[in-house]
Design a protein around this ligand. Structure first.
Ligand SMILES: [Zn+2]
Length: 228
């Protein structure tokens, strides 16, 4: 069901996360770079990242290859730096809004590294990672915000998420993503418009925390400064 399942946003029939932690609107590529979360830990945090491979180039298969340990290190000079790296993220949102899932949300993906949220380290233990295909230097696509909002609402319905932060907020000084072009206000507005999952089939859950906290607002780079 790759066709329908890859629909970015506005596909309510698929836009839920099942009890096993899989999002119905995503393509699934299982990553080996995952393990179990510590017993009893609540999934409270969403961490937003950006990624492109090679840097600044979009639409290529190398990100999925990285998260599944299949990188062809000869494909680009910069890929030598990726040798030995074992990383993953739960989700990747491509420029056209398509979502790929690499790990069940119930599992621990390896995306945040050394990190801290409200004084608590090891954010991978209690967070879900979402990679936005992009960079620190160009705007993200509207389809990506729509897909991210849809995904966020679905995750809220399944897990007791209470906060969203960027990688730059949980690993300051070490990480800069999703960066100055990630429009937190646009994301927040798109999420505010999302209806919480309707209890039409009796099986959908209501968000434990309908309102998420966001990082302190940072200036969004104006379109005049954007380059294609
Ligand atoms: Zn990151």
């Amino acid at each position: 069901m790759s066709g329908a399942a890859s629909t970015p946003a506005g596909a309510p029939a698929h836009a839920s996360v099942d009890a096993a932690g899989w999002y119905g609107a995503a393509l699934r590529y299982d990553s080996p770079n995952v393990d179990a979360r510590p017993d009893g830990v609540a999934i409270e945090l969403l961490v937003i990242h950006n990624i492109s491979l090679p840097g600044g180039q979009f639409g290529l298969p190398h990100i999925a290859d990285l998260f599944t340990n299949r990188v062809d290190f000869t494909a680009h000079a910069s890929f030598a730096d990726l040798r030995g790296l074992q990383v993953s993220s739960h989700f990747l949102i491509r420029r056209d809004g398509r979502v790929i899932q690499f790990a069940s949300t119930c599992a621990r993906a390896w995306h945040a590294g050394v990190s801290q949220f409200e004084g608590r380290g090891q954010c991978n233990d209690f967070s879900i990672g979402v990679e936005m295909e992009g960079s620190d230097f160009v705007p993200f696509a509207p389809a990506q915000y729509a897909a991210l909002a849809t995904l966020t609402a679905a995750l809220q319905a399944r897990h007791p998420l209470r906060a969203v932060r960027g990688h730059e907020h949980v690993a300051p000084g070490r990480k800069t993503d999703p960066g100055p072009h990630f429009d937190w206000i646009c994301y927040h507005a798109a999420l505010a418009k999302m209806a919480h999952p309707a209890p039409e089939d009796g099986a959908k859950l209501v968000p434990a925390h309908p309102t998420l906290t966001f990082p302190p607002r940072t200036a969004v780079v104006k379109p005049a400064h954007q380059k294609k």
